[in-house]
Ligand binder design. Structure first.
Ligand SMILES: Nc1ncnc2c1ncn2[C@@H]1O[C@H](COP(=O)(O)OP(=O)(O)OP(=O)(O)O)[C@@H](O)[C@H]1O
Length: 261
């Protein structure tokens, strides 16, 4: 989407992002960062492990506060609690303490219905009562996405929310996220997906934002440059074993349906 002349939702102008340290110098991960996020943009955030994706997402989250739904890298789920209760947690602050306590034992009618509908869309139909500790990695990932969707915000920030799901599920989940959020910033490592399903790419390397460009103007080779090991891999070609479908309609396999300085 073209940002036009509208002011950004959030922007950094030559700012240092990183982590404060006691009795030492602060650790700056992304020095002198300048970027803007505009309403309606779908941003793929790429970079090798340790490049600073989580650091940037944490800074965006801090700025956007309650405007943004948040899907963390470590999921942050409570294993002993059911899928329902973990997804319900997305809106815990909206209910009274008494309602939340009651809901632990007797799920509230409307949230129970809404969460079950969401579970169907996420391919978790029939699992609402199951403890999260008894789910597969991909199912847990979908619960974490479900909890973020249940927050019902206009913005979605996700730290590798598609890391544990297969390519077909990833497309369906992305479609769900896009359907419910006007603006998204998603960290991921799937370069093809970044080019085919996002408007814009932010690429981090060596503490710098080295790519900030429309996806349509980039090639796989451009994204390879973000990864020092890329020379060992296939560049610009598609291995049939990990090729991404390009349309959500290509999918058939889903069972149902840190602080700034
Ligand atoms: N809480 C923290 N305190 C201090 N340094 C941190 C903290 N979290 C991360 N770092 C450091 O900041 C740098 C960037 O980490 P970050 O988690 O943002 O990278 P990333 O791109 O998200 O990596 P990954 O793909 O592995 O999740 C790394 O050097 C990391 O060691």
């Amino acid at each position: 989407m073209v940002a036009g002349n509208r002011p950004p939702l959030v922007g950094f102008a030559g700012e240092d992002l990183g982590y404060p340290r006691k009795r030492q110098h602060d650790q700056v991960v992304l020095p002198n960062l300048t970027l803007e996020l505009h309403e309606g943009e779908r941003i793929a955030l790429l970079g090798e492990s340790g490049a600073g994706k989580s650091t940037l997402l944490a800074a965006l989250r801090e700025r956007l506060c309650r405007e943004a739904a948040w899907c963390p890298q470590q999921h942050g789920l409570v294993g002993q609690l059911s899928v329902y209760h973990n997804i319900y947690m997305g809106r815990l602050p909206e209910h009274s303490a008494l309602a939340n306590l009651w809901n632990l034992v007797h799920p509230l009618k409307r949230p129970w219905r809404d969460v079950n509908e969401l579970c169907e869309l996420l391919g978790l139909g029939g699992l609402a009562k199951r403890p999260v500790s008894q789910l597969s990695g991909g199912q847990r990932q979908r619960v974490a996405i479900g909890r973020a969707l249940y927050q019902q915000r206009t913005l979605f920030l996700g730290d590798e929310p598609l890391a544990s799901v297969d390519p077909h599920q990833a497309l369906r989940l992305l479609a769900l996220i896009d359907e419910r959020h006007a603006t998204t910033v998603i960290a991921l490592h799937q370069r093809e997906l970044a080019l085919t399903h996002f408007d814009r790419v932010w690429g981090l390397r060596g503490g710098q934002l080295v790519i900030d460009a429309p996806a349509s103007e980039l090639t796989l080779g451009d994204l390879d440059a973000l990864y020092p090991d890329a020379n060992d891999q296939v560049t610009g070609s598609r291995d049939a074993s990990n090729a991404w479908p390009t349309q959500a309609s290509d999918m058939t396999s889903l069972p149902c349906s840190r602080g700034r300085l």
